[in-house]
Design a protein around this ligand. Sequence first.
Ligand code: C5P
Length: 234
Amino acid sequence: LKAVAIVPAAGRGERLGPGTPKALRALAGVPMLVRAVHSLAQSPSVELVVVVAPPEPVTEVRALLPEDQLGATVSVVAGGVTRQQSVRLGLSALPDQAEVVLVHDAARPLVPVELVDAVVRAVWAGADAVVPALPVTDTVKAVNAQERVTGTPDRAVLRSVQTPQGFRRSVLEEAHGKAADGPQDSTDDAGLVEGLGVSVQVIAGHEEAFKVTRPIDLVLAEALVARRRAGTAR
Ligand code: C5P
């Protein structure tokens, strides 16, 4: 059961602080993007990884990913201004024969291989779109522009979604094709697919697939790397 993966990595990552693009920042000595690509390439179901790199250092990104050490073919293309554009650029770089496509954030460097495999399996089992998700732990409020609460959705029906998200290629292409005309940027590929009226399947996510967004997430990620090194994680 094979798949190709698109890794959007072209974001600035401003919430993490100023400096290098987020995907190129080191996590215990290794750039996040390199860790994310390794995590995907470890899966026997992933045969090609298309990295959508920050436009500036595309050649540097290529040099960070020597294929002989990876276990999957890796290609690198330049990204866009928004995540949605970056994913579309990744899609246009896929080989004709790819049928199942994963989209995985470079900012989720520690995704376990079991989760990657589970998403691919669910698409091959017949789902058009698959998202891994976890229950929401905080209560979530809806607010208006004045920061007044306008509602409190029932937490039991909310999920926090992760990547890799998996798609039948034709469905993801159609969704991005339609969205290209719209004004809005989507940070979630499954959301675009929902816009087509296609049903999206949720599978159990994994705590270690969390996104490194804020400085505190780096602390957690480094602790997890140290725990894995010590051999106590799995
Ligand atoms: O900003 P956020 O954390 O939601 O970004 C999620 C992923 O999308 C990151 O891996 C980021 O590098 C990527 N991205 C991109 N192109 C952009 C913006 C974000 O590839 N223009």
